[in-house]
Design a protein around this ligand. Structure first.
Ligand SMILES: [Fe+2]
Length: 322
């Protein structure tokens, strides 16, 4: 009996080490690009491409958005790229984005797991994509989520601005908290380590950052009710997770992130400043799943050389592409 128990313990230990996680350094999570004056980011969101869609119409609609952005420096898709999509459909969209010849990146939304592939497959595909794709995920690390990385915008050897791309995760199936998932404590710790590392690398100066993810933080409701409204409408209740680990408090404490851009709620497009941080919805970029006819398009975020931001919105209807 004792021998059997010893053998079992050994096998368990082997299994544990096989599933073990690796420790990485902050710099392992950072990609770089050159900053140029008036660096312009095109934000697309909630494309929801599925196998049954007419891809050419959807791509023609998105062509209008690229035209609006007028040669952007970077494209960020803030989640829900797919719903009920096969690998072939996924590759079509990724090839479309890449074919624009503009650096691009994505974070994942809750619907990206409702497909005929796993989020891990999508992660691996993006990691290996190369070409114009800016994506990094360390799948064997100890950080929850499938897309936690930073892009440093470099100027004269220093980090001018930093872009966080993070995974707000998908669903919480815990019955006491059934609903959308949230950023986990290890992601908050990861964020803090990158902010502090970048500050150290930048001669002790905290670097301004922007953050891109899919599901708004719970404070989105405070931002709407108590924040300074800059733009837009709230046509549906915001759907953040109803629990979290205090990410917003950490963001305020560290003082790096000045603005956050997300999607998820298709018919909200407001921007509000709340406690020193800008909360900003993207604009739904196709007519897939629920939408409003007058609230589809994109926005661009221009980072000026003094770090100030300019946000421009563009709206279109499908009458333009049919
Ligand atoms: Fe969505």
């Amino acid at each position: 009996m004792k021998n059997k128990l010893t053998a079992l313990a050994f096998i368990s230990l082997l299994a544990l080490s096989a599933c073990g996680t690796r420790e990485y350094k902050p710099q392992d999570y950072i990609l770089t690009m050159n900053y140029k004056d008036d660096f312009r980011i095109l934000q697309l969101t909630d494309i929801h491409l599925s196998d049954k869609d007419d891809q050419q119409t959807q791509f023609k609609f998105m062509d209008l958005l690229y035209k609006d952005a007028n040669s952007p420096d970077l494209v960020v898709v803030t989640g829900d790229l797919f719903t009920f999509a096969s690998k072939g459909t996924a590759k079509s969209l990724l090839n479309y984005l890449d074919g624009k010849g503009v650096p691009w990146t994505v974070c994942f939304g809750n619907h990206d797991e409702q497909c005929y592939f796993s989020v891990d497959w999508l992660t691996e595909t993006l990691t290996k994509f190369g070409s114009n794709c800016m994506f990094k995920d360390l799948q064997d690390d100890a950080v929850n989520g499938n897309c936690n990385f930073a892009i440093n915008l470099m100027k004269d050897g220093k980090v001018h601005d930093q872009l966080f791309v993070m995974d707000s995760n998908r669903y919480n199936f815990n019955l006491s908290q059934l609903g959308y998932d949230c950023f986990k404590q290890d992601q908050i710790d990861w964020y803090e380590s990158i902010v502090k590392y970048t500050k150290e690398q930048n001669g002790g100066e905290t670097v301004n950052s922007l953050m891109f993810y899919h599901i708004p933080l719970p404070e989105i409701n405070n931002a709407w009710e108590e924040g300074t409204k800059i733009y837009g409408e709230k046509r549906e209740a915001s759907c953040p997770p109803d629990h979290d680990y205090g990410f917003f408090n950490k963001i305020k404490e560290l003082g790096s992130t000045k603005a956050m851009f997300f999607g998820h709620d298709h018919i909200n497009n407001f921007e509000a400043d709340y406690q020193g941080v800008k909360f900003c919805y993207g604009i739904k970029s196709t007519d897939r799943i629920y939408h409003d006819e007058d609230m589809m398009g994109c926005q661009t975020i221009t980072i000026h050389s003094d770090h100030s931001l300019q946000i421009d919105r563009y709206y279109h209807t499908y009458a333009e592409v049919k």
